[in-house]
Design a protein around this ligand. Structure first.
Ligand SMILES: *Cc1c(COP(=O)(O)O)cnc(C)c1O
Length: 424
């Protein structure tokens, strides 16, 4: 029964329990305990005073991030969702302005635009990198475009040089959503440091985490200060601080706590090792899966690395000769864990399809009776839609503490399913 597919009663290839991914050790325990013993779990005050910028651990963590990422400013926040809201707000967009974004990203990359009453415009992605296609960005630029939100999704770098050049030619700001790509090299730099602002998530299933948290980086002092204001009740602070630019100075409480910041500083030390470990696993998997007909494995762009938050594959269906649904059923029957056939295709969300975000009258797509002509219909991003409907297959490497033996069994399961795929 060994060569028979488990789907048809054969033996399973993968038959063990996996532990959840856990990046913590005694260093984080000690760091957290020190904060608790200090009695000061946050150092922030939401008024213009020395504590406006947060407590000592927040500021130390920010200084470490500046060193690691090689940037002038790092702004710690309580999530990257908050960070993206700070970033878009800092650019000073007006209601009704358009911001180009990928449809293949976590929802917050686009919601951050809507928070400032901007209009998300979805450009298509490339089937091999899952990231924004520079040609589609250009095709979507209008006189109202102000910025581009560029994810490096799954940990693979977007075509940042090209995108930054397009932005420069059209006077657009670039916000990099590098949530899934911390520590990813792009030429001489790190992903997240090529745009005007970059952001990293520290939520509990990212490479390094603090439970919830995020960090924004920039070399632009003005953008950094505007993000710090939005993070901490800007409207109550501007007067005493002497700020005169009130554009988007609606503040929030996006402050990261001292425990999380102390943990974050320890996690940052481990980032390179975590990413290297993930690259080793992905390398083992790709060495086996690359030769399977019709299966495209993730490859970093030339000159860049990949963090493999998710191991994203594409099916060339005529070559595979079986549907994604059947392939997935067969792999799952073999016991392969953490598989997914879906990512996100944002323009298909009801909020965009129905254009209902604030209230019931289509604001901000309709402002004072003037309607935006931006489309969210199927057909605007054919590559993303086809991946979503038929072609995408992902392994959630971020979920479990996979080791090389696990990866070996997963590869064996793929090989078995591919060998028997005409039965599907
Ligand atoms: C996780 C993630 C976010 C949001 O980060 P949070 O810290 O969970 O708010 C944004 N964009 C992408 C691509 C992400 O993966």
């Amino acid at each position: 029964m060994k060569n028979e597919l488990a789907l048809f009663g054969g033996d399973k290839t993968f038959d063990r329990q996996l532990l959840s991914y856990n990046p913590f050790g005694p260093e984080e325990e000690t760091a957290a305990l020190e904060v608790i013993r200090s009695g000061k779990l946050s150092g922030y005050i939401g008024a213009w005073c020395p504590d406006f910028y947060g407590g000592p651990r927040v500021q130390t963590f920010e200084a470490r991030c500046c060193e690691y990422f090689g940037v002038e400013h790092a702004v710690a926040v309580n999530s990257l969702t908050s960070g993206l809201i700070c970033a878009v707000g800092a650019t000073g967009i007006e209601p009704g302005d358009e911001v180009i974004v990928s449809p293949w990203t976590m929802s917050a990359s686009a919601t951050a635009i809507l928070v400032w009453n901007g209009i998300p415009v979805f450009a298509d992605i490339e089937a091999d990198t899952f990231n924004l296609d520079p040609a589609s960005i250009e095709a979507n630029i209008s006189p109202r475009t102000r910025a581009i939100v560029v994810p490096s999704i799954f940990g693979g770098a977007a075509r940042l040089d090209e995108i930054v050049a397009i932005a420069a030619a059209h006077n657009l700001k670039v916000i990099e959503d590098a949530a899934q790509a911390p520590g990813v090299r792009y030429g001489e730099r790190l992903v997240g440091t090529l745009g005007d602002i970059g952001g990293f998530s520290l939520n509990y299933h990212k490479h390094i985490h603090t439970g919830e948290g995020g960090i924004c980086v920039t070399d632009d002092g003005e953008l950094a200060e505007r993000m710090r204001l939005i993070r901490n009740h800007a409207e109550a602070v501007v007067e005493h601080k002497g700020e005169t630019n009130l554009v988007n100075m609606i503040g929030f409480n996006f402050r990261l706590g001292e425990i999380e910041a102390a943990i974050g500083a320890e996690q940052l030390r481990k980032l390179d090792a975590m990413v290297t470990a993930r690259q080793r696993l992905a390398g083992c998997l790709s060495a086996r899966l690359r030769s399977l007909p019709g299966l495209r494995v993730p490859e970093p762009l030339p000159g860049s690395t990949h963090a493999y938050y998710l191991y994203g594959m594409t099916l060339d269906l005529p070559v595979v000769g079986a549907s994604r649904e059947r392939i997935l059923a067969a792999l799952r029957a073999e016991g392969v864990p953490a598989l997914t056939d879906r990512y996100v295709t944002l323009h298909r969300y009801p909020m965009y399809r129905k254009r209902i975000a604030y209230g019931s009258r289509h604001f901000p797509w309709v402002i004072n009776g003037a309607a935006s002509s931006v489309s969210y219909d199927d057909g605007i991003c054919p590559v993303a839609e086809s991946l979503d409907d038929r072609q995408f297959l992902g392994l959630l490497l971020c979920q479990y503490a996979f080791d090389e033996r696990d990866i070996d069994s997963i590869a064996t399961a793929f090989e078995k399913v591919w060998a028997c795929r005409e039965q599907l």
